[in-house]
Design a protein around this ligand. Structure first.
Ligand SMILES: NC(=O)c1ccc[n+]([C@@H]2O[C@H](COP(=O)([O-])OP(=O)(O)OC[C@H]3O[C@@H](n4cnc5c(N)ncnc54)[C@H](OP(=O)(O)O)[C@@H]3O)[C@@H](O)[C@H]2O)c1
Length: 268
């Protein structure tokens, strides 16, 4: 059985990855920025799941976790870089309108579905948030997204590499997005898209750098998933969104330096 660390796992796809890995009897380290939220989430899982505090933007938090895992487990088999932010912070009027939008989305699903059909018109009229484009997104927003989605994952890999080296076949799985696919970059959600394109580049860089070792490095896209980030209008369940990451973590023979969706390779 493997020792597997999942970042940003107190909700959404990260929590579901932990749930599926726990069912397969692996030793799961469920990481959460807020320890109490992590503990609350882990109540849904078996007692074997280990809950740890981790903010991927905080060097001290990462080092503390590294020392802990190093002392208790002595190695790490799989690192899943799942923690991510973005989409919502790139919508103008975000702060004012998100609360109202969330209530409509969560409490009145029927109204939300009707609203969704008129989204372009309502967006134009200012009733729902305008999306930022590459030409007007404040770079402070982009900076903030990069800090979590790219540098957070990068720092995790740098710090945990010595422990992954101690595994018979260490694996790094970066949870990316189709919005980072180079061919389809449009400037829609520019900071988020750039962060995921960069995360993909980081995946290729590490896969090449670690070619001579037994460590495999891959990226995957969960598709558009019903979570806080994806919203209730998303077509996929968390179970579908988590599946490929769980497969990459546990399958016997996987390649390295690839991008996957639904267990199939896709283009960068
Ligand atoms: N949902 C989709 O449709 C979709 C599509 C493509 C890719 N993805 C990717 O899938 C991953 C998971 O997304 P999701 O939909 O499950 O999102 P989510 O429900 O918003 O969950 C995001 C998780 O990341 C954590 N997080 C954020 N900043 C962090 C930090 N600095 N340190 C540690 N944890 C942090 C959050 O913790 P808090 O609770 O403390 O905020 C939360 O647990 C993300 O990388 C996302 O980009 C999602």
């Amino acid at each position: 059985m493997k020792t597997i660390l999942v970042t940003g796992a107190n909700r959404g796809i990260g929590l579901e990855i932990c749930r599926q890995l726990d069912l397969l009897d692996h030793t799961v380290i469920l990481c959460s920025r807020d320890l109490s939220k992590g503990r609350e989430a882990a109540k849904l899982l078996s007692d074997r799941v280990i809950v740890s505090q981790l903010d991927v933007t905080n060097e001290e938090s990462i080092t503390k976790l590294f020392e802990n895992i190093s002392n208790v487990h002595g190695k790490l088999d799989v690192l899943i870089n799942n923690a991510g932010i973005g989409i919502r912070s790139e919508e103008a009027n975000h702060k004012i309108l998100t609360g109202v939008k969330n209530i409509i989305e969560k409490k009145f699903k029927g109204v939300w579905l009707i609203t969704k059909n008129f989204t372009p018109a309502l967006r134009k009229a200012g009733f729902i948030p305008q999306k930022k484009s590459a030409s007007d997104v404040p770079l402070t927003i982009v900076d903030n997204i990069m800090l979590t989605n790219v540098y957070g994952a990068w720092r995790m890999i740098q710090v945990f590499l010595p422990l992954l080296m101690k595994s018979r076949e260490g694996r790094i799985i970066n949870i990316s997005s189709g919005l980072g696919e180079l061919k389809t970059l449009t400037g829609e959600y520019p900071g988020y898209s750039l962060s995921k394109a960069s995360l993909n580049a980081l995946t290729i860089m590490f896969a090449n750098e670690l070619k001579a070792t037994s460590i495999k490095v891959n990226a995957m896209c969960p598709g558009w998933v019903k979570t806080d980030m994806g919203g209730p209008g998303a077509p996929r369940t968390v179970s579908q969104g988590a599946d490929t990451a769980v497969w990459l973590a546990t399958a016997n023979d996987i390649p390295s330096g690839k991008f996957f969706r639904d267990r199939s390779e896709i283009n960068w």
